[in-house]
Design a protein around this ligand. Structure first.
Ligand code: PPS
Length: 287
């Protein structure tokens, strides 16, 4: 049975947050004009979007890197599917940095035809689920429900951006259609500098050693938590309840072990394991 409630709506096979985007707006994205210089960050929710948004802002903008500019990373790299601040993308200077949670088949057709560049960040889905659970208490846009109930919806794909497996499999299977770099949250945790260099290399950005140091330093969890340009501290209060948490919560690998029971873990594996084993990605649990 399809989930339909005041929080989510279904559009062409995937779920979106109600109130902050609409089917009519999403219809316009198919023909959204892609420039060769566009850089898209694509993620399933709670996989490291805000982190990578900040890294890209740090790579591209000297004023972000050296702290002389106060522009938030969400304004540097606005959302396409949730255009919260009504950005007119056609008027933005190149290279445009753009974030979204879209499945591969809903992104603009120019991107699907190989124009622009895509960085796809993915994370162990158990940690995604736990992060989503806590986020649903912090944001006013999601329904706050018991972990058990949320887990069943997650396993069934009835959450924002639909099924994790469909999202990741879709992007992975269509990798040859895109100019794409896959990164895992876990490898970013393990080797942040190496991940920054991978991103720079993919984007053809040549930074000096000192500039790379500054990117890495400003992208650590502790630094970002204190940096209001990076931590969504100014996010509109009709979207999040700042008294109930923050976007940057724990920022660790394997937090699912602190949350899920043995039975929940077995249930999760029962539904996910076979398809996950076929994916070309590995998520280490211990770091
Ligand atoms: S959203 O709402 O979809 O945009 O969320 P998203 O940014 O994708 O994911 C939020 C989680 O990313 C963690 N995060 C970080 N982890 C490590 N290092 C850094 N610098 C960092 N920045 C954000 C954030 O804490 C959320 O994970 P959890 O597990 O909830 O802490």
């Amino acid at each position: 049975m399809e989930l339909s409630n005041e929080y989510l709506f279904k559009y062409k096979g995937t779920y979106f947050v109600s109130g902050i985007t609409t089917p009519d707006y999403l219809d316009t994205l198919e023909d959204f004009e892609i420039r060769d210089s566009d850089v898209f960050l694509v993620t399933y929710p709670k996989s490291g979007t805000v982190w990578t948004q900040n890294i890209l802002s740090l790579i591209y903008y000297e004023g972000h890197r050296n702290g002389t500019e106060e522009i938030e990373s969400v304004d540097r790299m606005p959302w396409l599917d949730y255009n919260l601040r009504n950005v007119d993308f056609s008027k933005r200077e190149s290279p445009r940095l753009i974030a979204c949670h879209l499945p591969y088949y809903l992104v603009p057709k120019g991107l699907r035809n190989g124009k622009g560049k895509v960085i796809y960040v993915l994370r162990n889905p158990k940690d995604v689920l736990v992060s989503y659970y806590h986020f649903s208490k912090f944001t006013r846009t999601l329904e706050e429900i018991d972990f058990d109930v949320l887990m069943e919806r997650f396993l069934d794909g009835k959450v924002v951006a639909g099924s994790w497996l469909d999202h990741v499999e879709g992007w992975s299977a269509h990798r040859d259609d895109f100019n794409i770099l896959f990164l895992t949250y876990e490898e970013m945790k393990k080797d942040l500098r190496g991940s920054v260099l991978k991103i720079c290399n993919f984007l053809g950005k040549k930074l000096t050693e000192e500039e790379v140091d500054a990117v890495v330093d400003n992208a650590t969890f502790d630094k970002m938590k204190k940096d209001r340009r990076a931590n969504y501290e100014n996010m509109e209060s009709d979207i999040v309840d700042h008294t109930r948490g923050s976007f940057l919560r724990k920022g660790i690998v394997g937090d699912w072990k602190n949350t899920m029971t043995v039975a929940q873990n077995e249930r999760f594996d029962h539904v996910f394991k076979k398809r996950m084993e076929k994916l070309p990605f590995k998520f280490c649990d211990e770091l």
